[in-house]
Design a protein. Structure first.
Length: 239
């Protein structure tokens, strides 16, 4: 007798036919989101704690020497890493120096337009917190060089490294000599009475530490670490 239902009837073929793949919504990787959130929180803390500073700087046009502006100027965003430059003992020493000479730096800011934070940071780095031979013996924390050959007595100090630095009777006169040197230098003219500390740091690097490519970054990091901007703000509030 013939089978009523063939081996592969219509319903069997339909049952065994390959099914289209089911749509499954993409899964969100919670680990990736949490990782990004942790990074954002960490960066926020570092900025708040002044371990990292973000400075926006827009260069001013110059009549000449625009290429000498290190190609960092123009419309730029300069992010300085808040490197831990100082040990705790050095930090105490540097803060003591900054508090002692802040009135001098603020007076120079008032007269010449050089931010007190910039003068103090530059003096601190160059003189190792006021401990260098030039600062101790010649009242010259900025290490201003003497270029004369036949110097009168007490005009300069011969350092062991072979350099001669100018000698001043007091630290105040050393700060005044630095301010006048800045005032005479063309590249600083457009920065006087301005608070763009990044450009100040770049120009100090160019004219005083050309062989140290990270000098500007070190200055900004030190200003942040010691909170030297407060001296600029105090002077601005008094005027």
């Amino acid at each position: 007798m013939a089978s009523i239902n063939p081996p592969y009837s219509t319903w069997a073929k339909a049952y065994h036919a390959p099914q289209p793949p089911r749509f499954e919504p993409p899964t969100v990787k919670k680990e990736s989101f949490l990782f990004k959130l942790a990074i954002l929180i960490g960066l926020s803390y570092l900025v708040w704690d002044q371990k990292i500073s973000i400075t926006f700087a827009v260069a001013s046009p110059k009549e000449k020497g625009i290429t000498e502006y290190f190609s960092l100027l123009g419309s730029l965003v300069n992010i300085q890493k808040g490197k831990q430059l100082l040990t705790e003992a050095q930090r105490v020493q540097y803060l003591d120096y900054a508090d002692r000479f802040a009135p001098v730096a603020k007076a120079e800011m008032r007269k010449f337009g050089i931010p007190a934070s910039i003068s103090l940071a530059h003096a601190l780095v160059i003189s190792n917190g006021g401990e260098s031979p030039a600062a101790q013996q010649a009242c010259n924390p900025f290490h201003l060089i003497c270029h004369q050959t036949n110097c009168p007595e007490d005009h300069c100090l011969q350092l062991p490294v072979g350099e001669k630095v100018l000698q001043f009777p007091t630290a105040w006169t050393g700060y005044r000599a630095f301010s006048k040197k800045i005032q005479r230098t063309d590249d600083f003219q457009m920065l006087l009475h301005q608070q763009n500390l990044t450009e100040w740091a770049l120009q100090l690097q160019k004219h005083f530490q050309p062989n140290n490519p990270s000098y500007a970054e070190e200055l900004i990091a030190l200003i942040n670490q010691l909170q030297l901007r407060k001296f600029d703000q105090e002077e601005e509030e008094n005027n």
